[in-house]
Design a protein around this ligand. Structure first.
Ligand SMILES: *[C@@H]1O[C@H](CO)[C@@H](O)[C@H](O)[C@H]1NC(C)=O
Ligand SMILES: *[C@@H]1O[C@H](CO)[C@@H](O)[C@H](O)[C@H]1NC(C)=O
Ligand SMILES: *[C@@H]1O[C@H](CO)[C@@H](O)[C@H](O)[C@H]1NC(C)=O
Ligand SMILES: *[C@@H]1O[C@H](CO)[C@@H](O)[C@H](O)[C@H]1NC(C)=O
Length: 170
């Protein structure tokens, strides 16, 4: 699997650190900085695993330095991971396999966690906003109207999670 940095959290705990970044993802509760980039889907891991591992390595290297976790370079890497997954899901035309994969909610939660006191770090919007792929040239999925597609994408961006199903026969 991707993320081995649970050890970091473990040692941080052992060292008696009270402060850790709580990334509150709806439906997932509080996640630590070492948990929120997990990919569970084999295809996504094969396509984006390297990108996401890159982000995880940076986060792991930050250790208990939360300012580092929220820094631009880290945010860029986190964004690259989620954007890669988001782009791949659109390319494959399928819903998110889980809440943490290619989900705007993850970036928003990360942003919120960094913005909270005592850190108060504002991550630049470009690092916490998923973009439609530049080569996305129309309806997202066969048989979907542009309107349905827009609604579907909006739902995917806003809600996230496994409850979204596309009815391909529409
Ligand atoms: C989740 O994180 C929030 C914000 O940091 C904190 O107030 C809350 O106590 C945490 N909840 C749990 C169950 O740890
Ligand atoms: C994060 O949550 C843990 C418990 O889940 C709590 O001990 C810690 O103080 C929280 N950190 C922040 C910044 O809210
Ligand atoms: C982070 O990036 C933003 C926008 O790209 C920039 O304005 C800001 O100065 C950067 N912060 C640091 C500490 O480099
Ligand atoms: C963070 O913001 C809170 C509330 O706005 C403020 O009380 C606190 O002093 C700030 N902390 C830092 C380190 O800027």
């Amino acid at each position: 699997m991707l993320l081995l940095s649970i050890y970091i959290a473990f040692f941080a705990l052992l060292a008696g650190r009270v402060y850790s970044l709580n990334i509150t993802v709806p439906g997932m509760g509080n996640l630590t900085q070492t948990q929120f980039l997990k990919l569970s889907d084999a295809t996504l891991i094969s396509v984006c695993g390297q990108t996401c591992t890159g982000a995880d390595t940076i986060i792991a290297a930050c250790g208990t330095d939360e300012g580092c976790v929220c820094a631009n370079a880290t945010a860029q890497a986190v964004y690259n991971c989620e954007q890669c997954v988001f782009t791949e899901l659109i390319k494959e035309n399928r819903p998110m396999p889980d809440v943490l994969s290619g989900n705007q909610v993850v970036l928003t939660s990360y942003k919120t966690a960094c913005a909270a006191a005592p850190l108060n770090v504002t991550i630049p919007a470009e690092f916490v906003t998923l973009q439609l792929p530049s080569d996305w040239d129309g309806p997202f999925g066969q048989g979907l109207t542009t309107f349905t597609t827009a609604v579907y994408l909006a739902s995917a961006l806003i809600i996230g999670g496994g409850a979204i199903t596309v009815v391909n026969t529409m």
